[in-house]
Design a protein around this ligand. Structure first.
Ligand code: ATP
Ligand code: MG
Length: 258
């Protein structure tokens, strides 16, 4: 089982959209996928038509469960729900997760809870995708410590580039402190090639982070809005769109570099 996290402290860069789109591409390849909605805003869960307020169990229970293997596995299985995408299941988030930094402030090993949970179910899935909140805290640390790959969606505009520099240096420090060697892949998103500013920023990202940059980009495509409006992925709703092709290429490249 491989774990890929979608991380960026900046909001609205396409983390949730990328999570759903990559999951749909993996599903089309026959892979078993587990999605983890680590964002207390629960966008991923809502996107998939799951209202966490109505659920008896959510990811919050995993964070507050006794950390022994038998209990953790039982809780994870209770929390898991099937999504409308074949072979894709979800650990839904809950608003209460926004208080988790305080709730676990004294707890040792609080950065390893997701890793421990995933260790209990490692034979049940081929890929785990973790959708992170745009906040650096215990939730994002849990994603980083669990991951084989860190996927960093980033917009191709100048302010986002400055945010990317900060995020990359934070990730480097965290990886050193956590003794973590997950590979980082920067994925340009919402790319609009009609604008020189986008092309210039793309070049700047390439010059600065050549080693970590994916050799492609996700274009702006209105089909993403159409897909989210009906709670499906662009790959299902508009398989011939530029956006769907871009995520298929990204998924294939991610699989190639396993
Ligand atoms: N390539 C794209 N083309 C057009 N619209 C897009 C594209 N990618 C994402 N969007 C839209 O941009 C908005 C933000 O995307 P998304 O929710 O995936 O970002 P996020 O990084 O998860 O945000 P947050 O940090 O708030 O969780 C959404 O309305 C989404 O439909
Ligand atoms: Mg999101």
């Amino acid at each position: 089982m491989k774990v890929w996290s979608l991380v960026n402290q900046k909001g609205g860069v396409g983390k949730t959209t990328s999570t759903i789109s990559i999951a749909a591409c993996l599903s089309a390849l026959g892979k078993r996928v587990l999605l983890i909605d680590l964002d207390p805003q629960s966008s991923l869960s809502y996107y998939l038509g799951i209202d966490s307020d109505t659920l008896q169990h959510t990811l919050f229970d995993v964070f507050t469960s006794p950390q022994n293997t038998v209990k953790l596995k039982a809780i994870v299985n209770k929390v898991t729900v099937q999504t409308s995408i074949q072979n894709v299941t979800l650990l839904p988030s809950h608003m209460a997760l926004s208080t988790i930094d305080n709730a676990l402030s004294q707890q040792t090993g609080k950065g390893l809870i997701i890793k421990n949970a995933l260790d209990c179910i490692s034979s049940d899935y081929d890929y785990v995708l973790i959708d992170c909140p745009p906040v650096l805290g215990v939730l994002m640390i849990n994603a980083i410590t669990s991951s084989d790959k860190l996927i960093l969606p980033t917009q191709t505009e100048y302010l986002a580039f400055q945010g990317l520099q900060r995020m990359m240096s934070t990730l480097e420090k965290l990886r050193t402190n956590l003794k973590q060697d997950a590979r980082i892949l920067i994925v340009p998103t919402l790319f609009d090639r009609r604008y020189n500013a986008a092309i210039r920023t793309y070049s700047l990202i390439r010059e600065t982070f050549k080693e970590s940059l994916w050799k492609g980009y996700i274009p702006i495509d209105t089909k993403f809005r159409d897909a989210s409006a009906i709670g499906a992925s662009i790959v299902e709703v508009a398989p011939e769109s530029r956006g769907a092709f871009a995520y298929e290429k990204l998924t294939n490249d991610l699989l190639k570099h396993e």
